[in-house]
Design a protein around this ligand. Structure first.
Ligand code: BDP
Length: 653
């Protein structure tokens, strides 16, 4: 039986002919050096350590300011390749980089690679009982039945995959911190967590834990968790001292506070600045970081009250705190103002926060985007976010703003909710590996195209002819638009089944408390978020963007119903009416999934049986899913509007 590691993109070693021996200058005995020594024979088949004279790969620690702490350069010499970096970690990235270049047959030397973003983090939403919140690839690789799973080889495999795409930080427990996980910050648990941390350290990855803001009460037995109470501050100080005694290279805390029933500073009438800064002061002497999430909103809204707007929440709360956070606090901001929908505008906090360390949060796990049943390659969506022009000042693209406006640029970057589990191929649907791989590659190099990343992943994962690769690529590259076609017309999100967020339930959230309404009536559909007649959310953007979104004729079609309530007969920039657009995209979406099935079947001979069957089964489900969405949405809007399909296709009434 294949090992789990055989089903990933580091499977193929570079052959003996290409690489024979290697040599490392300035050998020291750091953990990462030992990792490099272990990795070299795995990545480059048949090599052994040797003398410099006939070495084929030479690794050199250098002193080159332009490479920073993590960058590397690779040059081709007569005798082989020379990799240089200022750090061991950079050399580790360098050997993974060389491996990728050689297998991708894309050798262009000298090759220099320096990460665009400093933090490149993954958040796990894993629970100690072994379940994963929003996980679609089996159970947790870290925990099982309220115990540590203890499979250190599996965690090592995971760490090497992360390092191979440049991930340098990871939090290993759910941001919703439950009964046992609250105690992860105590000695009994920390001893086990250290074992996991040591493996990550060896691959250059810092370990973080999500904490319960009310831990002084739940763990410390104090009567309050008020951040301004001296006893609370002192409790955290001692707790942090204990953590660093056991895990000296601990990264810090991830905090979800005052959100979806998690405790936070609001309980005590304190601000999020008070809460974050108190923790920051406790951890700062050890070089630790507080990653404070901006996903804070009222989840007990009254649907009758149209003045409330969940989209406004993060900006309303955090914009006025700009500049008030301690130097070791980073705000973590979701890409959109609502919640990881397949189509949302970019959060208006980007570019508007100018004096706060910040990281942008994506979701790799496909919660609202198909549960890793439906194929949905998310890199195109992430690129749109990074390349969005906030029109706030000189550094106006999101990818620049997050770094430029962080007072300590080292404390800025990207983070994403991970998508792996115990499934043999790590991600349930093997195609979902492309999102995990793609997130890492994009976080490192923001200018790679979605296609380049998808091609790399395909080349590293399969042995395909050019024609077959084009077919697989065409599925990945169009899959985000396809998913949007049958689930989310013109940015109306949340028409999914409540709770699980898979499958169609158009009114599932319509009269609920979560603040995600489409307001469809017999005249039209959409949320009026304009300043003139709606919730005023448009005003949170820079003046140029505000004007664009506020104006019904300038607002991009793709976002129209996020910002405006319009009649079904409203004519889009595309020339179609809203109702016809809804029908067309839903019919098209289903046809595209059928094409995916045909394309996948046509390349069967070039795929290993396991991967072929894995994706085929999921495409069958995806088709059923798309058909159900098509028919429910079309029927729903036909019944509301009374307007038929111009093309006369079947709509059930
Ligand atoms: C939502 C998820 C929920 C998470 C939350 C978060 O439905 O499970 O706890 O995000 O980001 O999308 O905290």
């Amino acid at each position: 039986m294949l090992e789990k590691r055989d089903l990933c993109w580091l499977l193929k070693p570079v052959s003996r002919d290409e690489i024979k021996t290697w040599f490392m200058e300035d050998r020291n005995n750091s953990r990462i050096t030992r990792t490099i020594e272990g990795e070299m024979p795995r990545l480059f088949y048949g090599i052994s350590r040797s003398q410099k004279d006939n070495a084929s790969i030479v690794l050199i620690l250098t002193d080159d300011g332009s490479l920073g702490d993590e960058g590397y350069s690779i040059d081709q010499k007569e005798s082989g390749y020379e990799i240089k970096s200022n750090t061991q970690k950079g050399l580790l990235y360098g050997i993974f980089g060389l491996h990728r270049l050689l297998l991708g047959k894309k050798e262009r030397f000298p090759y220099v690679s320096i990460p665009d973003q400093n933090y490149r983090m993954i958040n796990h939403w894993d629970n100690f009982d072994g379940t994963i919140e929003r996980g679609y690839s089996g159970r947790s690789i870290f925990y099982d039945h309220n115990a540590f799973r203890g499979d250190m080889e599996l965690i090592r495999q995971y760490a090497r995959l992360l390092a191979s795409v440049g991930i340098n930080a990871v939090s290993i427990n759910n941001v919703n911190v439950r009964k046992y996980e609250r105690f992860f910050i105590t000695a009994e648990y920390l001893k086990e967590i250290k074992k996991i941390g040591d493996i990550f350290t060896a691959y250059g990855i810092q370990l973080f834990l999500a904490i319960d803001f009310a831990a002084p009460i739940s763990v410390g037995k104090l009567s309050t968790a008020d951040p301004l109470c001296p006893d609370v501050a002192s409790w955290w100080k001692h707790t942090v001292e204990d953590i660093y005694r056991i895990i000296p290279d601990f990264g810090g805390f991830v905090v979800k506070a005052d959100s979806e029933h998690e405790p936070g500073p609001f309980t005590y009438g304190r601000s999020h600045g008070d809460g974050a800064n108190m923790l920051a002061k406790a951890i700062r002497p050890f070089g630790g970081i507080i990653v404070w999430r901006c996903f804070v909103y009222d989840c007990t809204q009254d649907w009758r009250d149209r003045s409330l707007d969940r989209a406004r929440a993060a900006y309303d709360l955090f914009h006025e705190l700009d500049g008030e956070f301690d130097e070791n606090v980073i705000l973590q901001i979701k890409n959109g103002p609502i919640d990881f929908q397949i189509r949302e505008p970019v959060s208006p906090l980007f570019g508007a926060l100018k004096e706060t360390n910040q990281i942008l949060e994506f979701q790799i796990t496909q919660e609202y985007t198909g549960h890793q049943i439906d194929i949905c390659y998310l890199v195109p969506m992430w690129k749109e976010t990074l390349d969005f022009d906030t029109r706030h000042g000189a550094s106006s693209l999101v990818k620049e703003a997050i770094r430029q406006y962080s007072p300590d640029q080292k404390l800025s970057g990207l983070c994403a909710v991970g998508n792996v589990g115990m499934d043999r191929n790590w991600t349930g649907n093997k195609m979902a590996q492309a999102n995990w791989y793609g997130y890492g590659r994009l976080a490192w190099d923001n200018d790679l195209t979605s296609e380049e990343i998808a091609k790399e992943w395909l080349d590293l994962s399969f042995e395909l002819t050019e024609d077959a690769r084009e077919k697989a690529l065409s599925i990945l590259i169009t899959s985000r638009d396809t998913y949007e076609d049958y689930t989310c017309p013109l940015a109306v999100g949340f028409m999914c089944k409540p709770g699980i967020h898979y499958g169609c339930d158009i009114d599932g959230y319509e009269y609920d408390q979560w603040g995600t309404y489409h307001y469809a009536d017999r005249e039209g559909v959409g949320r009026d978020r304009t300043a003139a007649t709606g919730t005023g959310f448009t005003k949170q953007y820079s003046p140029r963007i505000y004007q664009e979104y506020e104006d019904i004729n300038a607002c991009p079609d793709k976002l129209l119903l996020f910002f405006h309530h319009v009649p079904y007969t409203h004519v889009l920039q595309s020339g179609k009416t809203v109702i016809q657009h809804i029908y067309d995209t839903h019919f098209d979406g289903v046809e595209k999934v059928k094409e995916y099935q045909a394309r996948w079947e046509s390349i069967q001979d070039e795929l290993d049986e396991e991967s072929y069957q894995n994706v085929k089964e999921r495409l069958d489900y995806q088709l059923k899913h798309a058909v159900e969405w098509r028919d429910q949405i079309n029927t729903y809007f036909y019944r509301k509007s009374g307007i038929g399909d111009e093309a006369g296709r079947t709509i059930y009434n």
